[in-house]
Design a protein around this ligand. Structure first.
Ligand code: ZN
Length: 505
């Protein structure tokens, strides 16, 4: 409640500021000079002192620049200026319609985000993108076509089986339609209920339909991120090779005790595929806990089978590693671990899990859960690969702290505190690397001619503040954010400007 009152006050304030900015920019022909910045240009090159001129929506000059008369000047005071961060895996599809200022996103420095991950996309793509054009956000968006979304269009409720050749052909037609309507690629979530019944042949066929479009790629939450991670990785590579499509591996992780510390082996398989010519990139969120639905925990689907559930809970390190985030049939479960709930109800954790499955099934709802089941050793190994980028898997109203903290967390904790990455390399992973996967040649770097999506931040203070207990806390240290040349975040609040565009391939 306090939050929304605060936000309304902020809104009216921001509106005033916005008007000032607009009238200001009319006086100086739309150009702004950012002086005294340390520029991380997104390519991974070392920081250099430079000034950057923005004219309308583009960067027009970078170098040792003097202010022109009547030009708006921003003194960067030696802070770091980077290209705007691109979040290739973001779940703000619904959030953007109610919260187009996307405060939790721009406050992290995100200037473009890609929706429709994990096989679950807006549908039809054309009408969703039209809505976003009519009601623009503070940042740019692009959308994937989702495999599960398309599968349900064809199979309806009868999805718990392998599809026929005729049905696969119909799915491929819908992929083609979505790509023609503005989807930038195809996503899948083969671990999730609807897609888990598909065979490899189906996914290869629809990926091949997407691959006919230049710049398209296949983004996937693979079939298993637990004990069968290696099998799932091999299937993913097979799909890329057979469909001749670049791969974006979503939220790379090793999520059960049985595969912990096997990142080096996992990386070797990916590098071998890259040597064979597979265009394989991955993204990783900077947390040791995932956020998903309760059924994902039990890969053999034995949700009411005590043996299966017992094994599944042991695999993530025990019932104390699983926290309920969201369960509308019984809100009292929320924020508690399965171990705590079992103790409160004087039953075993296995019985507690099965109780939640039954209560959820009765309401046709799955509990949202956070599973703390990754180890730092693997996260570090993945982040240090040049082909791994930063992505949140979060978004507006995410119940996981990654929704508000991902990018500052990498800069504050992995760069400044742990020295896992240099600052220029971390910035590359947030900018030009995702832009490379997306085929966006005019975003993701600071150079004359690129769009003016920019982030000014303090490398000494930038940090995430969102935690599992308080996932909506905004990050600190991001001073100013520009999208298409317009200031959208300044003085710790949105300016109210909504210059975001719908981006295509
Ligand atoms: Zn996912």
């Amino acid at each position: 409640m306090t939050r929304s009152i605060l936000r309304n006050t902020r809104l009216s304030l921001c509106f005033l500021i916005f008007l000032t900015v607009i009238s200001g920019s009319q006086n100086n022909a739309g150009s702004t000079l950012i002086l005294n910045a340390r520029v991380a240009d997104g390519t991974g090159r070392p920081l250099r002192k430079a000034s950057v001129r923005i004219t309308a929506d583009h960067i027009t000059e970078v170098g040792d620049l003097k202010p022109k008369s009547n030009e708006q000047v921003i003194d960067a005071k030696n802070l770091v200026l980077a290209p705007g961060f691109i979040d290739i895996h973001n779940h703000s599809t619904e959030g953007l319609s109610t919260d187009p200022l996307a405060e939790s996103q721009i406050s992290q420095g995100i200037t473009s985000l890609v929706l429709g991950a994990d096989g679950d996309s807006p549908w039809p793509i054309a009408s969703y993108l039209d809505d976003r054009r009519k009601n623009p956000a503070s940042l740019n968006i692009a959308a994937m076509a989702g495999h599960a979304t398309i599968r349900e269009q064809i199979l309806q409720k009868d999805f718990r089986r392998v599809a026929t050749d005729a049905e696969i052909a119909k799915m491929s037609e819908l992929v083609t339609q979505a790509m023609n309507e503005g989807a930038i690629g195809l996503s899948s979530g083969l671990e999730y209920e609807v897609a888990s019944y598909s065979d490899t042949k189906e996914v290869v066929a629809i990926s091949a339909a997407a691959a006919k479009f230049q710049g398209a790629f296949y983004m996937t939450h693979i079939r298993d991120e637990a004990d069968r991670s290696f099998e799932a990785l091999k299937e993913e590579i097979e799909i890329g090779e057979k469909a001749h499509i670049p791969i974006e591996h979503s939220h790379i992780k090793l999520g059960t005790v049985g595969v912990w510390n096997k990142a080096p082996e996992y990386i070797r398989i990916i590098e071998a595929a890259q040597k064979r010519g597979v265009d394989f990139l991955a993204d990783c969120y900077p947390y040791d806990a995932w956020h998903s639905n309760i059924k994902v925990l039990v890969p053999d689907k034995g949700w009411q089978n005590p043996k299966s559930v017992e094994r599944a809970l042991a695999d993530v390190g025990g019932a104390s590693h699983v926290t309920i985030t969201d369960f509308s049939p019984n809100r009292s479960y929320e924020t508690h671990t399965i171990e705590e709930l079992a103790r409160q109800n004087s039953i075993t954790p296995v019985e507690m899990y099965i109780r939640m499955i039954r209560e959820g099934d009765a309401a046709n709802i799955e509990a949202g859960v956070i599973g703390q089941s990754m180890v730092e050793h693997d996260i570090k190994a993945f982040y240090q690969q040049p082909w791994v980028m930063v992505a949140s898997d979060g978004g507006i109203n995410s119940g996981h702290p990654r929704g508000a903290g991902t990018f500052p967390r990498v800069l504050g904790r992995f760069v400044r505190e742990k020295h896992w990455l240099t600052l220029p390399e971390a910035i590359r992973k947030m900018t030009s690397l995702p832009a490379q996967r997306l085929g966006w040649k005019d975003r993701g770097t600071i150079r004359a001619g690129a769009y003016a999506d920019l982030v000014l931040f303090n490398p000494d203070t930038v940090i995430d503040n969102a935690t599992f207990a308080k996932p909506y806390e905004l990050s600190s240290g991001i001073e100013k954010v520009f999208v298409n040349g317009q200031l959208v975040w300044s003085d710790n609040k949105p300016t109210g400007a909504k210059p975001g565009r719908v981006l295509l391939r």
